[in-house]
Each structure stands twice: as C-alpha cells, then as structure tokens.
Design a protein around this ligand. Structure first.
Ligand SMILES: [Zn+2]
Length: 141
C-alpha cells in the first residue's frame, strides 16, 4: 500500500503577478493572435488595411471599436483593453435538444364540452412534427 503524498509547491513570489500582457503579440504563449490584413478582415470591423486588429479563437481585439460596443452579432463586447476593444464569441445557446418521441392528443371541445376535433401530434424526435387531425364524432342534435 502506497500512500499518496501531497506535495505543496512553494509559492514563488512574482509568479502570480497580474499578467497585463496576456494579449501582447510578443508573448510566446499558445494564445497566438492573428492580425487583420489583406484577405483577413477583422471579425468586428472588417479592417484589412493594416494589422491593428487581432484575434484568436477566444477573443477578438478590435482597434476600431475599442471603447464602445460595435454590436456585432455573435460577439460580446467586454470593454476596452489597452488599444483594443475586447470581443468574445457569444456562447451559442444549446438548441440541439430534440424532443423525445412523443405522441400527444389534443381534443378541441366546444363550449359545452363536446369533442369537436381530435388532433394528434407526433414528435418523431428529429425536430419535425406531424400533425394529423380528424374530426371527432360531432354533435348530432
Ligand atoms: Zn477591428
């Protein structure tokens, strides 16, 4: 039986300093930003004339719309950062929930409670719905 030993790493001063240059292009970290330029328009302002706008998969740094929300659909403005406005891709709502197979029957009744029309709704689980209706036994009288 071996006991797992928990080693506590010593806290080195300075290692947890605020990294203000997270988005610095000089950073050699994995977060590589690509620049706007010819054939690479900025997702926010379509800039192609120079490389003032930068972005990666996680964030767009737009130099044009830096201190106000450009209101680009699909991006959320999160304030100004240095010379850029930060835009984060909006999280898409989970909409791929398809209903489980279900069959529902609705019976429309008149004000006296007599069944008029019966509607059968079948959800086939693929987002499509089949509606079929048949007239119920109408009131005779
Ligand atoms: Zn831009």
């Amino acid at each position: 039986m071996t006991r797992k030993q928990k080693t506590i790493a010593p806290i080195t001063p300075g290692s947890d300093r605020l990294d203000e240059n997270t988005f610095d292009s000089n950073s050699s970290h994995s977060r590589r930003l690509q620049q706007s330029g010819k054939g690479k328009p900025c997702p926010i302002c379509d800039r192609t004339k120079d490389g003032d706008c930068r972005w990666n998969n996680e964030v767009v740094l737009c130099h044009t719309h830096k201190d106000r929300d450009a209101q680009i659909q699909g991006y959320v403005y999160r304030g100004v950062k240095d010379i850029w406005g930060q835009y984060f891709p909006a999280q898409e709502p989970v909409s791929k929930q398809s209903r489980p197979k279900a069959k529902k029957e609705f019976v429309y009744r008149d004000k006296d409670g007599h069944p008029l029309v019966q509607v059968t709704r079948i959800d086939n689980g693929e987002g499509k719905s089949n509606f079929s209706s048949r007239t119920g036994r109408g009131r005779r009288g």
